[in-house]
Ligand binder design. Structure first.
Ligand code: DAH
Length: 353
């Protein structure tokens, strides 16, 4: 019986060495270590052996069992290793290849200019005030001193959201400029303390909409940055000082600026501000149309009617306001010749900034 066990162990181990795959390994396990294998049967037969033979045969049978089990485990591990190596070789992954570059976005050129404008005015103590894009005729025009049918409305072709039939003379409109935010802001501030309204020093940026033919020079949507300062004893000198300083901080320390008389219903007096052409330094070039000057904003002293409409008593308060177009400033700076490029979403344009 001992010989049988020796033989059994030898054959099983030899057979195991030749096994190359998992299925054959399972079959080997069943026939050598399974319930009805010769080895397991030996254990069943132990009871029928002579008493002195039982421990000897039993111990040997256990040894063989352990030997087969550990050989099985080692062989199975070896097989697994081989299969891992085979699949590594077959499915070769070259991890040294550079990855596809991630396209990094960047700020839109108009946003870049807006952020610079915010920064300059923040340094001068102006807060950003956000106002709505959908307005009423009342705020967009009437409270700004444009009565119904006033000819100055002709400058601002308007998108009407409803006909106004049910709203009398007050249809809902897309704002044509950021100026209605002046009234909203003044009303909000003066409501905090109607007897003694606080001073105002804000800029109001945002999209404006006009029902215009789209051309290289005019779009139906564009940003504006409005500015408003209201307080006691504010003069035209403050307006000129603040805006000239803005131009120096925004464009260059030695840029010259000039003010030309103009007209807006909501300011009196009104002006347009030019800065010396930064392309030619004032010599005259195609960008400044040979004038040496670039128009960058409209401005003026807040009209008494507008102050009144905002809740600020014009006999006590005064103020100045201005409005500029950041896309226009961006166009001048980068010599962009077609305003349509801003909202056309053409990557070839956007990637240049
Ligand atoms: N709202 C004017 C426009 O869109 C721009 C403007 C001019 C704003 C003068 C102002 C200002 O605040 O004082 O044409």
């Amino acid at each position: 019986m001992l010989d049988q066990l020796d033989q059994l162990e030898k054959t099983a181990l030899t057979e195991l060495k030749g096994i190359q795959d998992e299925d054959a390994l399972q079959r080997w396990k069943v026939s050598n270590l399974g319930r009805s294998s010769a080895l397991m049967k030996t254990f069943d037969q132990l009871g029928s052996l002579a008493k002195d033979q039982r421990p000897i045969i039993g111990r040997r049978a256990n040894e063989v069992k352990r030997a087969l089990e550990s050989a099985l485990e080692a062989h199975s591990e070896a097989l697994r290793q081989v299969s891992v190596e085979r699949s590594l070789a077959a499915e070769r992954l070259d991890i040294t290849l550079p990855g596809r570059p991630v396209v990094r976005g960047r700020l839109h050129p108009a946003t870049q200019t807006l952020k610079e404008i915010y920064k300059v005015f923040a340094e001068m103590g102006f807060q950003v005030y956000s106002s709505r894009e959908v307005e009423t005729d009342e705020y967009n025009f009437q409270l700004l001193n444009f009565p119904p049918h006033h000819p100055a409305r002709e400058m601002q072709d308007t998108f009407f959201i409803d006909s106004g039939a049910s709203r009398g003379d007050n249809p809902v409109v897309m704002r044509t400029h950021t100026s209605p935010g002046q009234i909203r802001a003044m009303r909000e501030f003066s409501a905090q303390n109607p007897e003694n309204p606080p001073p105002v020093r804000i800029i109001l940026p945002g999209m404006c909409f006009r029902y215009e033919q789209i051309t290289a020079r005019s779009e139906i949507q564009f940003n504006q940055v409005e500015g408003l300062a209201v307080g006691e004893h504010i003069t035209f000198g403050d307006l000129k000082g603040t805006l000239s300083d803005f131009a120096r901080r925004m464009f260059s320390q030695d840029v010259r600026s000039r003010f030309r008389a103009s007209h807006f219903p909501f300011t009196e007096p009104s002006a347009e501000m030019d800065i010396e052409c930064f392309v030619c330094g004032g010599q005259g070039c195609p960008v400044c149309k040979r004038t040496g000057w670039l128009e960058i904003l409209g401005c003026g002293m807040v009209h008494p009617v507008v102050l009144q409409n905002g809740g600020y008593d014009p006999s006590r308060f005064s103020g100045f306001a201005f409005g500029m177009g950041p896309e226009r400033i961006t166009m001048l700076r980068h010599r962009i010749e077609d305003i349509r490029a801003f909202w056309a979403n053409d990557m070839r344009f956007l990637e240049q900034f």
